[in-house]
Design a protein around this ligand. Sequence first.
Ligand code: ZN
Length: 196
Amino acid sequence: MSPLCSVLAELASPGIAYSPFYMTISAEEPVIDLHSDDYFMKRALDEALRAYQQGEVPVGAVIVSDGQVIARGYNQVEMLKDATAHAEMLSLTAAQEAVGDWRLTDCDLYVTKEPCPMCAGAIVHCRVRRVIFGCPSAKDGAAGGGFVNLLQNPALNHSCDVSHGVLAQDCAALLRRFFQEARHKQKQTDLPQDDT
Ligand code: ZN
């Protein structure tokens, strides 16, 4: 039961008189803003979870146009044996197919981790309007949170609006968990085998 529901149940129990003020509150349901950055980042996290479940580094992306998800993708480098199969690259290809054009000027890309240089380059090529990423990547981030910002480089012919930090803790926690588990598995395989 949600905190709001439990409060309402208490208010509705016998012997408790409640004022019209509470009646007004009871009519309210939690509001889900279907057009918020949080909402679309959650959809990107759904994709990251799919990557995690398949043993891939858990990064997910969705591309949104007119308030609708038109493309989605998750990291599939190991499965496809393709170093370019990052979540952003796969979702860009799917979005171009959905739009019927390589220009994604009315599209916004949500991705759980800061794009790498390859993906940032592709995002600029496709002229994506806005990029929203969850957690930064100090190691290879190319969107202002890492070592370079290719999404807003005056030398290039397109610049994206960039937002970051949306559900950053959730996005980072999933990555942390994946790498902790990977290290644990590696330690297990490094242990001397018991041949007895
Ligand atoms: Zn990338």
